[in-house]
Design a protein around this ligand. Structure first.
Ligand code: NAI
Length: 712
């Protein structure tokens, strides 16, 4: 028996109660009930007490909060704590196996990863239909390490288990109703129903466990061979996928104990594999972004029950749809009636497509659509809690809109702008309430893209920032807070990335070579395909502005050829590529190739073959140098926030963890050395490659980018 001092450290994570002959253990919800060493210890102690107490006939394992158990504590994952006694697979499962009374998992929230594995190791499982279950380990470069690959096939069959484990997806528990995964589904009173279930169970010397069931597949070798081939061909596979397939084969072909040992060894190998680390870094970076330095977590968000969006263009309609999809009533306002009707038609079409693809039901679709109202009269939105401006990108127009909002909106309403480039402090100054103004920078399409840059102005009130973050969370987006500057975090960095890509083409690479190198490296879309998608007129507008602001700025010449020819990209059918109607991939724009050759000849540039490695390094390190400037200026609070922006908004591969993480893994000394070599090439803007002083300082102090600001 643990003594009182030992027990005292575990009381907050687990509550122990008695209901007649049944012991009810409730995980209290701290840290999503992640299986920290502390929670494991508390579970072990309470289960051992119940095992030793002859008056206890059964044990319910329940939880408070939205998560039944969110799985391994990733903060511990790479530390000795994660392996420390008591372990799930040995100590806790060993205890459960020795018990002569059943442990029943009562799942009314999310049971994910190690949490789901804990449930799989119990004698019985009961779940509400809406409980979320899944083994997302492969998305973190890992695989289940506490019996998931051994128990799940025994509960739902090898093929269903392989689909679940290799997709890493979460499912509603109801998807597995009727399988051996659940003894019964729970209704509105989960605990009362679970108690009733426990009372009906016969006393047994050895209650049943999934380990005693066969996997039962006619030909696991052939099936998993096909699965393996499919996984090998999947470019998005992580370091966890193939070992997971091996573990499933072990489950089907080896005795249970051997399968468990095999899985644990494979899990440890994947965790130790350097290739798996960026996935976990990315996961933690996303969560860290929600903690904003200087924002007191005790600050309460303002109430937010209604939203207005001004401007029914591309962005406005996407933002309105994003709100409606999470149940927020929204009024879409535009000065032009026809803009509103086009927007409503587009919104209805997107919602309808969701029904056609089986993503939503007719009823949900109708409900979503009914949440979007339209208006042309500013008074119609005066009572909304939040208004998001998404009109054209011109300061004069924004000024008129914000002055009008200042006159009409109720006191305390949040006035947000979706501007991509304009100075939010100036916009705030057009109103008499700058503290209520904030930037909400969505990405196109706003109802799909996960990233939301929340731009904190000089005057933005903490309660406004807290509301903006709560709003982002409600939209199920990943919010990253940025300070005010032209382009914020993402677009300010991407400008340097695109500029490097253009210089590479001037020096001799083709758009296809540049895109190919970066896409093979892992970017979802290369820079030229990206520019053709966004529209080269957008880029040109930025270039013209830069030329006006800084007449001696060194910009690539080639985009002028596109502008002169009206090659806007996909929307005009020609850009950096040709986009023949109906073609799946763009093809070379032969006229551009010829124009490029002529431009090089006129400018005395002898084209050189540029290796993929140089292409990738120059584009990625351009992001890093500008990212360092953002950190030094305090526009981004930490390197990991920048990485989150790139992972969620710019198609950066999670396998690399983000541009700043790439630099940290490479080491800042090698980064500086490469930057100096790029400066020596001489073409383009060699001055850009002067490493930012923050990089030089961190390298001199033997620190990484992720350590910058970490202690503040
Ligand atoms: P858009 O040109 O598609 O739509 C603008 C809409 O605003 C039009 O329907 C127009 O009728 C309406 N409008 C103009 N003045 C108005 C006023 N005074 N009152 C009410 N409605 C008015 O523009 P888009 O692309 O949707 O961009 C809107 C804003 O979002 C801009 O600030 C842009 O920089 C920003 N943004 C755009 C992104 C993109 O990828 N297109 C990405 C992120 C931000």
């Amino acid at each position: 028996m643990p003594d009182d001092a030992e027990r005292a450290t575990t009381v907050e994570v687990l509550r122990v109660e008695r209901k007649g002959a049944i012991s009810v253990l409730t995980m209290t919800g701290a840290n999503m009930n992640a299986l920290s060493r502390r929670l494991r210890a508390a579970l072990f102690d309470a289960m051992a007490d119940a095992a030793d107490d002859p008056t206890v006939h059964a044990v319910l394992l329940a939880a408070d909060g939205p998560a039944w158990c969110a799985g391994a504590d990733l903060k511990e994952m790479d530390s000795p704590e994660s392996e420390a006694d008591p372990s799930l697979q040995e100590a806790i499962f060993g205890l459960i196996r020795s018990m002569d009374k059943p442990i029943i998992a009562v799942i009314a929230g999310a049971a994910l990863g190690g949490g789901f594995e804990l449930a799989l190791g119990c004698h019985h499982r009961l779940a509400t239909r809406n409980a979320r279950i899944g083994l997302p380990e492969v998305t973190l470069g890992l695989l289940p390490g506490a019996g998931g690959t051994q128990h799940l096939p025994r509960a739902i069959g090898l093929e269903a288990a392989a689909n679940a484990i290799l997709s890493g997806r979460t499912d509603r528990a109801a998807a597995f109703e009727g399988t051996a995964l659940f003894d019964a589904m729970l209704g509105d009173n989960p605990l009362a129903e679970a108690l009733a279930f426990a009372e009906t169970l016969p006393r047994a010397a050895q209650p049943p466990l999934l380990r005693d069931r066969p996997v039962g597949h006619p030909n696991p070798e052939a099936y998993l061979k096909a699965v393996r081939m499919a996984v090998e061909g999947n470019p998005r596979r992580t370091s966890g996928h193939l070992p997971a397939v091996d573990c499933l084969l072990a489950a089907a072909t080896k005795p249970y104990e051997q399968g468990m040992a095999f899985e644990y060894a494979a899990f440890r190998a994947a965790r130790a594999d350097r290739a798996s680390e960026p996935f976990r870094y990315a996961f933690l970076a996303e969560r860290r972004a929600a903690q904003v330095p200087g924002l007191d977590p005790a600050v309460k968000p303002r109430p937010l029950d209604s939203v207005a969006v001004i401007g029914a263009g591309v962005m406005g309609r996407g933002i309105a749809l994003a709100c409606a999809q999470v149940g927020l009533p929204v009024i879409l306002m535009d000065q032009a009636e026809d803009a509103l009707s086009r927007a409503m038609a587009a919104i209805a079409k997107t919602i309808g497509d969701g029904v056609a693809r089986g993503r939503t039901t007719e009823a949900e679709a109708a409900r979503t659509l009914s949440l979007v109202a339209t208006a042309t009269d500013p008074d119609a939105i005066a009572g909304c809690d939040l208004v998001i401006e998404a009109v054209v990108e011109t300061m004069a127009v924004k000024q008129a809109v914000f002055q009008a909002l200042d006159r009409t909106m109720k006191p305390g309403a949040i006035l947000a702008t979706n501007t991509s480039t304009l100075d939010i402090d100036r916009i705030a100054a057009f109103t008499s309430r700058p503290a209520d103004v904030v930037g909400l920078h969505f990405f196109n399409p706003a109802n799909v893209m996960r990233l939301l840059e929340v731009v904190r102005g000089k005057a933005t009130a903490d309660s406004v920032l807290a509301t903006a973050l709560a709003f982002g969370k409600r939209l199920r987006k990943v919010s990253v807070v940025a300070g005010v500057c032209d382009g914020f975090i993402g677009n300010r960095m991407v400008e340097q990335y695109l500029r490097q890509a253009q210089f590479l083409v001037e020096e001799g690479a083709s758009p296809t070579e540049v895109d190919g190198a970066l896409e093979r490296w892992g970017m979802a879309m290369g820079p030229f395909r990206m520019m053709d998608l966004a529209g080269n007129d957008v880029n040109d507008a930025i270039r013209q502005r830069r030329r006006a602001e800084k007449p001696d700025a060194i910009l690539a010449d080639i985009p002028d050829i596109l502008t002169a020819n009206g090659w806007l990209g996909q929307k005009s059918g020609t850009g950096w590529y040709s986009h023949p109607p109906g073609a799946r991939r763009p093809v070379e724009n032969a006229e551009l190739t010829a124009a490029l050759a002529q431009w090089r000849a006129e400018n005395g540039i002898v084209p050189r073959r540029i290796k993929a490695e140089e292409i990738v390094d120059r584009c990625i390190l351009a992001l890093v140098n500008e990212g360092a400037a953002l950190l030094a200026e305090g526009i981004a609070s930490r390197a990991s926030d920048i990485d989150v922006v790139y992972l969620t908004g710019y198609g950066f591969p999670s396998a690399k963890g983000g541009p700043m993480h790439v630099a940290d893994r490479l080491g800042l000394r090698p980064v500086l050395r490469r930057m100096r070599a790029f400066a020596a090439i001489g073409h383009g803007d060699p001055g850009f490659w002067t490493p930012h002083p923050l990089l030089t300082r961190l390298a001199a102090d033997l620190k990484s980018l992720s350590e910058h600001g970490a202690s503040e």
